[in-house]
Structures are given as structure tokens and as C-alpha cells.
Write a protein that binds this ligand. Structure first.
Ligand SMILES: C[S@@+](CC[C@H](N)C(=O)[O-])C[C@H]1O[C@@H](n2cnc3c(N)ncnc32)[C@H](O)[C@@H]1O
Length: 468
């Protein structure tokens, strides 16, 4: 098999990123947007010692699940990977991905329950993040193409909320009127590098990430936003002059509008600020959090530790019948919001929020609570990279009675659950499959939640119960 060769093949499986898998000449070829059962004509783009990558040239026999995507930039922009698949089949693909990750990564056979769906599989996102780049064609606003820093210009996004089009229109007008330069990552120069928006109950927090705090035409930008955006909004500048992929710099400048907005979910009132983490899909989030609350099912003997607690919404929900609850979170503004939330909901005597890293704080908290003979339930909701090994070790050492794991990445979820259960172990710094092991935890539930419809991503909830 050589690069640029054109071939015909049958798609026999699915890769972890939703791509089609073809096996030919002893090589596995990953072909994005090809579906299981399809015969396709494809071009070989890259061959490595382990596998090859291809691109669909023509679908010769389309699968029954294939549909025509509505988005004009689907396949070009890297946001969605599954818009060409019937929704019911998208769910099946994600369930299969989770099963495969548990099997291949952690040698665990798990029963994956049917996915919990949201109210809408389009227009569900409450959060937008748009890179603004300098290009030979001028300043471009859009989304990155898959695995690249090339921006595909867009006017709207079908999975984002309805306000998206007006935000893009306003920023495009601003860029044109004032000839604002987008970010050039080669020279680390430009004026505007990113636009972010989050919605809290119909109110928007809009942030322009800029290279210098004196953005030209700032007053005019606010006027244009007011002309186009029919929502109440607040506006921030964030200054980021570093050559980095991290979106925000450390300095936020509040320009106008309320600094935080109030929301409520499942009876808990909360404040959300510019930096606090927020789940992207409200209807799925509410279903997920109510399931977490029900399976945590804390009693007055139980201490609940919400590791990676964000703005503290889940901590409040799971604390209600518990002896006490702890939140651990690395972002200071989120901890401030979590403290305000505890007070606002009359839970300040029950909840303690810690600012810091779970890997540094969790071991000490668990040890102290164990000495007081509390039952312990740990809720984990880490970012995509999963938990630090110190977090896993502390849970294993304490023999926490229950672990509830909320994950947005099946592969790191499978790895961490394998380590907790015992099917995986760390030997000389490397994760290996255990030969013979007595499981420490039983896997009581694996339930996907379709937080990210039309994309390859999925949120998964796992419940582990200590085996006595
Ligand atoms: C997936 S979010 C979950 C937030 C929260 N549970 C929720 O549902 O809104 C992960 C959170 O972990 C925080 N975080 C990331 N690394 C961390 C670490 N090492 N220690 C503590 N918090 C961390 C992030 O700031 C973020 O708020």
C-alpha cells in the first residue's frame, strides 16, 4: 500500500473516532466518514508502520444509516463527525465505542445501557468558541478543520444555539469595518484571536480574546453587538499574548454587563461567571445530574467528595442527604461560584469547597474522613485526560464505598475504571493488564448520555460499588 494510491474496499468496523475501518493487505486503514457495510473508493493519504489513513472519494454502496447532512461545511469543519449518520445509529456507534474501549483498553466486558438522549439533537450547545485568524484572504472567523489549525469560515453552526449567527455576523462586521487583524500563530501577532460565548438562562457572556488590552474600536464593537444580538449580554476582554494553544490568558477585563448570571437546575440556584466550566447541553446535563444524584443516594453517614467540581452544581445536588460534601476544583473563579452557590442554597454548613488539584488534595481528605468512620462516595468528573494516578491510588487505598465516574472520553474512562477495579495495574510506571486479580469494585452501571449529538464525543456515567 502506498501513499496517493486509489483503492476500493469494504468498511468492516469503526475506529475510536467514528471513522470507517478497512482491512487490506494485512493493513488497517482508517477512513473518516465511511460507514460500516459500505463499499467505497478511497485514496490512501498516509501509511505508517502500524496502519494507514485514507479519504473517501466515492461511496459505491451507501449504508442504510447514511443521510445527507444539513450543514454546508460538514466534513470540512472539525466540529461534527457524525452528521451523515441517522441519529439512532449515532447512538449505537457511541455505545459500541464505549464497549470496545472497556474491552480493548481495560479487558473488561461491560453491559452498556441505552444512551440517554437530549431534547434536541441540533441547536443544543450553550457554548461557542471561535478562532479568529489572519490569512492571505484576510481575517477569518470559523472553526478549525479536524486535527488542524486551519480555520474553516462559518456563518452559523447547526449544533449551536440560535444566537450563534448574530454573534458571527456582529464580529464579521466589526473586523471588516475596522480592518481588525486575526491571530497569526507563526508570528504570534494580530489583534483578535478568539471569540467565546456562553449562555446562562438566555443571557450571554461574550469574551474577545485579544493580544493587547487596548483593542481598537472596542466601543464600536459593543455598539455592533447591541445592534445584532437580541439577548442580554455581558462583555469581557481576555488578554493572551503568549504563543500557546491555551485559549485564555490570565487577565480578564470586564467591559460591560453583569459579571455573572444566575441560573438554576433541578432546584439548585447557581451563578456562572466568565471562566467557570459549564456542561454544553442543558437538557442532557439535567438528566445526567439527576441520575448522578439518584445513584450517589447519600445518607447521613456518607461523605461525598466531588472531585473536579467546577462551579459546584453537582456538589450541591449530591450533598442534600449526605453527612457532608467536599468539592475540589483547580479554577479559582469556579470555586468562588461554588461557595456562593452553597450559601445561596443554604448548604454552607454542609459543603466545603477546596481550591487546588485533586491529586494534591483528595488523598488527605479521604484519609481524614476514613479516620472518622464515614462511608465515602467519590464522584469523579475529570477533563478528557482522565484522573491523575494519585487520585486513583487514594481511592483504592481508602477503599471508598462507591465511585461515580462521569467522563467525556471513553478511552481514559476505561483506563481509570480498569485501574480502580484491578484489571489494570501500574508496573514500573507503565499501565499493564493484570494476569489474575480479585476485583475491588463491581461495575453496576455504564450509561452513555448524548451530550454532544452529531459529534463523535459522548458523556458516560459509571457506577462502581466496593466488593466486600
Ligand atoms: C469536566 S469538568 C467538570 C465540572 C463539574 N463537575 C460540572 O459538571 O460542571 C472538569 C473540571 O475539572 C477542573 N480540573 C481540571 N483539572 C483539575 C485538577 N487536576 N484538579 C481539580 N480540578 C481540575 C476543571 O477546571 C473543570 O472545572
Amino acid at each position: 500500500m502506498v501513499k496517493n494510491e486509489e483503492r476500493v474496499g469494504l468498511v468492516v468496523g469503526l475506529g475510536a473516532n467514528g471513522e470507517g475501518v478497512i482491512k487490506q493487505d494485512g493493513t488497517i486503514i482508517f477512513v473518516p466518514f465511511a460507514l460500516v457495510g459500505e463499499k467505497i473508493r478511497f485514496k490512501v493519504l498516509k501509511v505508517t508502520s502500524k496502519c494507514a489513513y485514507g479519504k473517501v472519494l466515492e461511496v459505491l454502496t451507501p449504508a442504510e444509516m447514511r443521510i445527507r447532512p444539513d450543514c454546508p461545511v460538514f466534513g470540512k469543519c472539525g466540529g461534527c463527525q457524525l452528521q451523515h449518520v441517522k441519529y439512532i445509529n449515532q447512538l449505537k456507534i457511541k455505545e459500541d465505542t464505549i464497549t470496545t474501549c472497556f474491552k480493548k483498553i481495560a479487558a473488561l466486558n461491560v453491559e452498556v445501557k441505552p444512551t440517554v438522549k437530549g431534547d434536541n439533537c441540533f441547536r443544543y450547545r450553550n457554548k461557542l468558541q471561535l478562532p479568529v485568524v489572519d490569512s492571505p484572504k484576510g481575517t477569518l472567523i470559523g472553526f478549525y478543520a479536524e486535527n488542524s489549525h486551519r480555520v474553516v469560515p462559518i456563518d452559523d453552526c447547526l449544533i449551536n444555539a440560535l444566537w450563534t449567527e448574530s454573534i458571527i455576523k456582529a464580529f464579521k462586521q466589526f473586523v471588516e469595518e475596522l480592518d481588525i487583524r486575526g491571530y497569526n500563530e507563526q508570528t504570534n501577532s494580530g489583534e483578535l484571536r478568539e471569540i467565546t460565548v456562553k449562555e446562562i438562562k438566555g443571557n450571554l457572556i461574550i469574551t474577545a480574546v485579544v493580544l493587547s488590552e487596548n483593542l481598537r474600536g472596542l466601543k464600536r464593537l459593543i455598539e455592533i453587538l447591541k445592534e445584532h444580538v437580541k439577548y442580554k449580554f455581558s462583555f469581557y476582554l481576555n488578554v493572551n499574548d503568549k504563543a500557546t494553544n491555551v485559549i485564555y490568558g490570565t487577565k480578564f477585563i470586564h467591559v460591560c454587563g453583569p459579571k455573572e448570571f444566575l441560573g438554576d437546575m433541578l432546584g439548585v440556584k447557581y451563578k456562572s461567571g466568565v471562566q467557570s466550566f459549564m456542561q454544553v447541553n442543558n437538557s442532557v446535563c439535567s438528566k445526567l445530574y439527576s441520575t448522578v444524584r439518584d445513584i450517589v443516594d447519600a445518607d447521613n453517614q456518607t461523605v461525598v467528595i466531588d472531585a473536579y467540581s467546577g462551579a459546584g452544581l453537582m456538589t450541591a445536588l449530591i450533598s442534600k442527604n449526605a453527612k457532608k460534601a467536599f468539592g475540589i476544583e483547580i479554577v479559582a473563579e469556579a470555586v468562588e461560584c461554588a461557595n456562593a452557590l452553597a450559601i445561596q442554597n443554604g448548604l454552607q454548613n454542609k459543603i466545603t469547597n477546596y481550591l487546588g488539584k485533586c491529586e494534591d488534595l483528595l488523598p488527605g481528605i479521604i484519609e481524614k474522613e476514613r479516620k472518622e468512620n464515614s462511608k465515602i462516595c467519590v464522584v469523579l468528573d475529570p477533563p478528557r485526560k482522565g484522573c491523575d494516578i494519585k487520585v486513583i491510588d487514594a481511592i483504592i487505598k481508602s477503599g471508598a464505598d462507591k465511585v461515580v465516574y462521569v467522563s467525556c472520553k471513553p478511552s481514559t474512562l476505561a483506563r481509570d475504571v480498569g485501574l480502580l477495579v484491578g484489571s489494570l495495574e501500574v508496573i514500573n510506571g507503565e499501565i499493564k493488564k493484570s494476569e489474575n486479580y480479585e476485583p475491588r469494585y463491581s461495575i453496576e452501571l455504564v450509561r452513555p448520555f448524548d451530550m454532544f449529538a452529531q459529534t463523535k464525543h459522548v458523556e458516560t456515567l459509571v457506577l462502581l460499588q466496593k466488593i466486600r
